[in-house]
Ligand binder design. Structure first.
Ligand code: GZL
Length: 312
């Protein structure tokens, strides 16, 4: 009976355009906006009918969206889970309904059997790359670092913090003296950086900022300038995402390094779903995207020109 129903589902699935529900976190950063743009483009190119839901960064809105997609009987669900915990029940319901779920760019703590696959970067490695860059950059000099963390409880915030600490582990000259969430947004990144500057002798005691994404770094750069200091020289700035505006900052000498995160998570996700819909092919549980370090040596103005129209 199972084989029959699966075959029936597969056949039925192939008949019409596939319908995919996408529960997106929100639009908290330029990177997130680009991921949405690319996902819509990928769906369009593949003839997929995409049902889009913006959760305004609230998990309860994502869970409600998933339940709605299940009720609609979509052929698959994409979800970028805002935080790592609290997904078991709704993922069980999707499994019960035989609707494959693909995680985008963030992970969940739930059992791997509850989702088809996950597409994302090695978030710990991104933090290591940022940490190693700072070790090389300060070359043994004493360096007090402040850290802007991503959304509390999200896998990027947890993993990027862990990775950076691993990256600087061998360098006793580098110390993280303050660390707080800026929720991946420019506004909060600026506000928290203002508090760091006040607490650290007007910023004179801060050698570097590590921000879990470029948007918080861009907000922090504004705060550093308003405090009368030079971002990129008085305070080194290293972050993650490689959004266009961080390359503008680098070209102006106001930021130093970023680790690229591709916004194209949907391409690999839709590829895996196409194979699954076609003949039940089970993908790897984790499809990893590449990360690349960019610094001021990489012609940031040219990189900005290449990226500025990609939907960020
Ligand atoms: C990381 C992703 C993060 C981006 C931020 O995979 O979840 O969320 O780095 C975004 O810009 O808010």
């Amino acid at each position: 009976l199972i084989a029959g129903s699966t075959a029936l589902t597969l056949t039925a699935g192939l008949a019409a355009a596939q319908t995919v529900g996408f529960s997106q976190i929100g639009s908290e950063s330029g990177w997130r906006a680009a991921e949405t743009t690319v996902t819509r483009q990928q769906a369009e190119e593949r003839g997929i009918d995409l049902k889009f839901s913006d959760a305004q960064q609230k998990q309860e809105n994502q869970i409600a969206a998933l339940r709605s997609f299940i009720a609609q009987g979509v052929d698959a669900i994409l979800v970028a889970p805002v935080v790592a915990t609290g997904w078991d029940a709704v993922l069980e319901e999707a499994k019960e309904a035989e609707i494959p779920v693909v995680l985008l760019d963030r992970m969940v703590d739930s059992d791997k059997e509850l989702y088809l696959t996950a597409v994302g970067s090695d978030l710990v490695e991104e933090g290591r790359v940022a940490g190693r860059w700072l070790v090389d950059e300060v070359a043994g000099a004493e360096c007090r670092v402040v850290e802007l963390q991503g959304t509390t409880g999200s896998s990027p915030a947890i993993d990027r913090k862990k990775g950076f600490e691993e990256g600087i582990a061998g360098a006793d000259n580098i110390e993280i003296v303050r660390s707080q969430t800026g929720d991946f947004t420019r506004a909060r990144g600026k506000e928290v950086m203002e508090s760091f500057l006040q607490a650290e002798n007007g910023g004179k005691d801060i050698c570097a900022l590590y921000a879990h994404n470029d948007d918080m770094a861009v907000g922090a750069i504004q705060a550093i300038k308003e405090a009368g200091l030079k971002p990129g020289t008085d305070i080194k700035v290293v972050s993650i995402d490689a959004v266009p505006d961080i390359f503008l900052a680098m070209a102006a000498g106001e930021a130093n390094a970023t680790v690229e995160l591709t916004p194209n998570m949907a391409g690999p996700a839709f590829d895996a779903l196409a194979a699954y819909w076609k003949d039940g092919t089970m993908p790897e549980k984790f499809i990893q995207t590449e990360s690349k370090l960019y610094t001021q040596a990489d012609d940031p103005q040219a990189v900005y020109e290449q990226r500025k129209d990609l939907g960020y």
